[in-house]
Ligand binder design. Structure first.
Ligand code: 5AD
Ligand code: SF4
Length: 443
């Protein structure tokens, strides 16, 4: 029988993309989507385990949702995604957890969701956390149920085998596998036909995308060229790159296509070679700076953003200062910054003590954030007076008189809404800025 399904997504872009696969599997089984949890028969939380804080948010939300059971006793509550994979059966132990979860499905078990639902209805245990070496959901057309009619994600690979010491992902998302390029291209074509103007190719480490068949090899730089050739008015972005694998061939390909956006997210994590070694990142400070030089040489003006972790195991004051000095040297346009959070069963949890006191982690994170704010402001100030192509996405949060869009560099620009609709490309002169946004006017 058709049920109403509500999905809430936590964590990264990859999870948002997975939720669209889940929506597709479930609607193919005649269930319908609802964005109102109070009218749902089924609620899935697509979860994240990257930091303890991410898991706590999910647990809080699960607790909040328990009250809906009183109103609809048949409600099925499912935990899917990374936290399902990490905690497995523990999520079904009502006494332990202090609340009831009915279904648990890991990131490679989404085809089985209808079967798991049938198990719940039959009063049987409903859990599947088997990881696969092959599943890419290549044949499943995601249901784009979000509210962005302009920009969409295309997942090109799954899993990760880099084994960064701090990271749960290799154990929650399993072996690395790439998706058939033809299925990627046909998804891009469908999106163009549906009016989308931008796609982001997603993978934990897109630079190691690789598809081999008989005598043909498609690597990431080839794939991105193929996607960019689908339509010259389709913007192409990608995330995430690993500094050890980001090739000059990719940068050259980016230079070749106007519609490949000139923005690279290149997670640094730490500016200290000794910390990077403990993190098992497989590059040094100098290697990272070498990649930045390559970007500056091949793609002058390209935006570079990053991820930084403050207070990793054993991080000394000097090592922390090396992160600050590298940030300064590169002048990142944008950064995501985190306090180190020890995750059970990771290499770091096994090998090293989480020995930087929380107060010190907080202070270091604050220093990193304060520096980045200055760098972001300086980066935006450099844009004031320039003229840029902006893809309009929607109305600005503050006022319907203004719209927001993005530059090729992935910077948010707010401009007067007059005669502009989402999906339009327009030429904008940047007139002022803050550290977070640019303001401009149509020319
Ligand atoms: N603690 C803090 N931050 C982490 N990240 C990954 N694992 C952890 C952890 N255990 C950060 C990294 C990564 C981003 C997605 O999350 O910076 O690039
Ligand atoms: Fe995404 Fe990592 Fe969180 Fe999983 S654990 S949802 S891969 S950020």
């Amino acid at each position: 029988m058709a049920k109403k399904l509500h999905i809430e997504t936590f964590g990264c872009q990859m999870n948002f993309s997975d939720s669209e696969i889940v929506a597709s599997v479930m609607t193919d089984h005649s269930h319908v989507l609802t964005d109102d949890p109070s009218e749902a028969d089924i609620i899935f939380l697509n979860t994240c385990s990257i930091r303890d804080h991410a898991e706590q948010r999910v647990l809080n939300r699960l607790r909040e949702l328990q009250h809906l059971r009183r109103k609809s006793p048949g409600l099925v509550l499912g935990v899917i995604g990374c936290m399902a994979e990490r905690l497995k059966e523990k999520l079904l132990e009502e006494e332990e957890l202090g609340m009831r979860v009915d279904m648990v499905a890991g990131p490679d078990a989404y085809r089985q969701l209808p079967q798991l639902l049938a198990n719940v209805e039959a009063g049987k245990q409903a859990i599947n956390v088997i990881l696969s070496a092959e599943e890419t959901y290549a044949d499943i057309t995601p249901v784009r149920y979000g509210d962005n009619p302009v920009s969409a994600f295309i997942s090109i690979m799954r899993g990760c085998e880099n084994h960064c010491a701090y990271c749960v992902v290799p154990s929650t998302r399993g072996r690395e596998r790439s998706r058939d390029p033809e299925s990627v291209l046909s998804e891009a074509r469908q999106l163009v036909d549906a009016g989308y103007k931008e796609v982001t190719l997603l993978g934990q480490n897109v630079n190691s995308y690789r598809w081999e068949r008989s005598d043909e090899v498609v690597d990431f730089s080839r794939l991105i060229g193929m996607v960019a050739s689908v339509d010259s008015s389709l913007r192409v972005r990608f995330a995430t790159s690993h500094p050890k694998d980001m090739s000059d061939a990719l940068l050259e390909q980016m230079a070749r296509y106007n519609n490949i956006c000139k923005a690279i997210h290149l997670p640094l994590q730490s500016g200290s070679t000794s910390v990077l070694r403990r993190m098992n990142r497989k590059y040094t400070r100098e290697d990272y700076l070498g990649r930045i030089d390559a970007i500056r040489g091949i793609l002058p003006g390209c935006a570079v953003s990053t991820d930084i972790i403050a207070g990793f195991c054993g991080e000394t004051e000097e090592e922390h200062r090396e992160t600050l000095s590298l940030m300064q040297e590169v002048g990142f346009d944008f950064a995501f910054m985190f306090k180190y959070s020890e995750r059970p069963d990771t290499l770091a949890a096994q090998r090293y003590a989480d020995d930087v006191p929380d107060k010190v982690k907080t202070r270091r994170l604050t220093e990193v954030i304060e520096l980045q704010q200055k760098l972001s402001l300086a980066s935006n100030e450099r844009d004031v007076g320039s003229v840029q192509e902006v893809l309009a996405e929607g109305f600005s949060k503050r006022s319907d008189d203004y719209m927001m869009g993005r530059t090729s560099h992935n910077k948010v620009v707010v401009f007067p809404a007059e005669n502009v609709k989402p999906g339009d490309y327009l030429t904008v002169r940047i007139t002022s800025c803050t550290s977070a946004t640019l303001k401009g006017e149509k020319v």
